[in-house]
Design a binder for this molecule. Structure first.
Ligand code: T46
Length: 137
């Protein structure tokens, strides 16, 4: 099964412009506790390099482009984000890296939990250990 879980959002736009509506537990599969965004991203500067123990997030590239690498400890896949009407769901215990940002990228992230540094796994070795212990329980 692919690690890339795409969500297509309906474009409600008209001749005046585009409009996309995101509703918790409707077109994204969780309740929303936090929204943040990445702007003024630097060409050649990658981000991420972590997994989350519990957090679920939806990433939508509102403008520009970036590439997201997803890794479940067994396989790695890449997806290019470049559409305001398409998101990806990143579940817990998925290692993510964000690469190849354009300098005009606006990356919106919708999260089901408040910020909690203790939910981060910032070492790939610890991530593999966590995945291993999940599989053995
Ligand atoms: C993720 C990817 C897609 C906060 O204080 N509150 C927040 O809500 C967030 C997201 C970050 N921070 C702090 C933690 C760091 O000191 O802001 C600093 C930069 O965060 P970080 O280096 O984790 O940023 P990215 O771009 O590597 O990762 C972020 C999210 O942290 C992460 O959950 O999945 O975007």
């Amino acid at each position: 099964m692919s690690l890339i879980k795409k969500i297509e959002f309906k474009n409600l736009g008209d001749a005046r412009g585009d409009l996309v509506s995101i509703e918790a537990n409707k077109n994204i599969p969780f309740s929303v506790n936090r929204v943040y965004y990445l702007v003024n991203t630097q060409v050649g500067k990658s981000r991420g390099f972590h997994a989350h123990k519990k957090l679920q997030q939806v990433l939508i590239c509102l403008k520009g482009r970036c590439t997201v690498t997803l890794d479940d400890g067994k396989s790695r896949e890449e997806v290019v984000l470049n559409s305001f009407s398409e998101g990806i769901l990143i579940d817990s215990l998925i290692w993510r890296e964000m690469h190849d940002f354009t300098d005009d990228c606006v990356l919106l992230v919708i999260a089901n939990e408040y910020y909690d540094e203790s939910d981060y796994i910032r070492s790939y070795t610890h991530f593999l250990e966590e995945i291993g212990s999940e599989h053995n329980t």
